[in-house]
Design a protein around this ligand. Sequence first.
Ligand SMILES: [Ca+2]
Ligand SMILES: [Ca+2]
Length: 266
Amino acid sequence: MSVARIRRWKVWAAASAAVVGLALPTVAASPAAATTTAYDATYYKNAVGKTGTSLKSALHTIIRNQSTISYDAVWNALKSLDQDPNNTSNVLLLYSGTSRSKSLNGGAVGNWNREHTWAQSHGSFGTSAGPGTDLHHLRAADVQVNSIRGNKDFDNGGSAVSGAPGSYTDSNSFEPRDADKGDVARMILYMAVRYEGGDGWPNLEPNDSTSNGSVPYHGRLSVLKQWNEQDPPSAFEERRNDLVHSAYQGNRNPFIDHPEWVEAIW
Ligand SMILES: [Ca+2]
Ligand SMILES: [Ca+2]
């Protein structure tokens, strides 16, 4: 997408957001342009200036040093990480945007549970401490919406998802609502860089398929790249990244800090 097209989209998006009350990032945060962060001279110093496999490798070395937590501890972590900025008693749910009481975590209808954005079956990593409990891709989601998403790859198109306005699904893919598209893309691509076949875990990689099933791949890369540009990192996402880094895992999602690194690698 050209810079001019992105600017036009943002102007349109900002106008639409004003009407429906959505929180969208500022026009200044263009993903097409190189960004600078407070971490460039320290955390990212061995990655800045690199591209392609060299950048991917440098980022892997930086982010692989992380603390892990148990799957049970993920509940309380999500109550903090996914807190509704407008209501500290609630969490904001992925795919639906619903604000729901933190105390309604569980497995029943009307509860929220722990969505693995990189589907567990795409790599069979389960829920032991590791990729299955990595907070950078675990998000609070409505139990029924989570079930509809299942282990589908991500792509555009399909029928409207009940309980998640703006999300769509068909037989082999799931499309999150617009406000979550970039979040999903950056979570999937974080996992691809973090897990490179070390620590006893599979090498997770993105591809352009929507029928990955149980192989350690996740699609659809060409669409995820578009979503990263359409939906730049929000204040919610940045706060979350900061908290995972400072309070839980000690590592960051580089694509929230530098969304332009998606294009630099893929
Ligand atoms: Ca977003
Ligand atoms: Ca990988």
